[in-house]
Design a protein around this ligand. Structure first.
Ligand code: NDP
Length: 239
């Protein structure tokens, strides 16, 4: 049974990815930070359906706290599937963006990627099989007003995806980014009302978390062994 870690597994997209990877037969580490209750409820739901899941709690911006949780786990078993999904946005037009808004968004998405991914690498490399999937955003592909911090963080993840994929390609490890458009989760519901979605999205609807999970599931599977270093959009035709 492959071990999979989904950061932000307590959130809208992350919980759908956890459910899907568990249904695919993985032991899923559901990661949360503030949403421990949601993560435990999800673990119970997955277990009740015959799946295998466990909750991990840490702040991805805290390198030491992250390593303290991950290293003991890795001594027992390598984690071969990693979905870097934890992310926040804190929007403001650039002239008015506070330094804290800039740093906090980059801290979670980009430094979080480093803090979580690096401890997993050597154990994953030794198994000669792995999947790293970074959840980014259409904002990094096309840009978005009010999201200079967010698109910078997610765009940096696109570049990191490409470089890391080159480093590990010969070890059976693929590294890809999934760039969603507007997905129906609390994060987007605060930002986009129905008329705005109809205007921005050619398919005239938000995507469902399960649709992102289907793509992640494919990229995490053996069927996607020859896909690496790619940024794959899922956005209802936005770009
Ligand atoms: P949610 O707000 O539902 O989930 C965000 C997750 O990130 C939560 O599980 C949260 O954990 C976790 N997180 C935030 N900060 C930290 C931190 N410091 N340490 C650890 N975990 C943290 O958002 P979505 O499910 O909508 O988004 C998931 C990903 O998809 C994000 O990276 C987002 O940028 C991206 N995305 C979303 C889109 C959308 O339309 N929804 C569009 C494009 C990209 P907790 O709650 O436990 O603290």
């Amino acid at each position: 049974m492959k071990h999979a870690l989904v950061t932000g597994g307590s959130g809208g997209i992350g919980s759908a990815v956890c459910r899907r990877l568990a249904a695919d037969g993985c032991h899923v580490f559901i990661h949360a930070h503030r949403g421990a209750d949601a993560a435990h409820a999800l673990a119970e739901e997955i277990t009740a359906q015959g799946g295998s899941a466990q909750v991990l709690i840490f702040d991805v911006t805290d390198k030491t706290a992250t390593a303290d949780v991950l290293k003991p786990l890795l001594e027992q078993n390598p984690i071969q599937i990693l979905v870097n999904n934890a992310g926040i946005h804190d929007d403001a037009v650039f002239p008015g963006m506070r330094a804290e808004q800039w740093h906090s968004v980059i801290d979670v998405s980009l430094h979080g990627f480093f803090n979580v991914t690096q401890p997993l690498m050597m154990p994953m490399i030794r198994t000669r099989w792995g999947r790293i999937i970074n959840i980014t955003s259409v904002a990094a592909v096309a840009g978005n007003r009010g999201q200079v911090n967010y698109s910078a963080a997610k765009g940096a993840l696109h570049s990191a995806t490409k470089s890391l994929s080159l480093e590990v390609a010969s070890r059976g490890i693929t590294v890809n980014a999934v760039a969603p458009g507007i997905i129906a989760t609390p994060m987007s519901q605060d930002t986009f009302d129905a008329p705005t979605i109809a205007r921005l999205v050619p398919m005239k609807r938000a995507g469902q978390p399960g649709e992102v999970a289907d793509l992640v599931s494919f990229l995490a599977s053996g069927h996607a062994a020859y896909i690496s270093g790619q940024v794959i959009s899922i956005n209802g035709g936005m770009i």
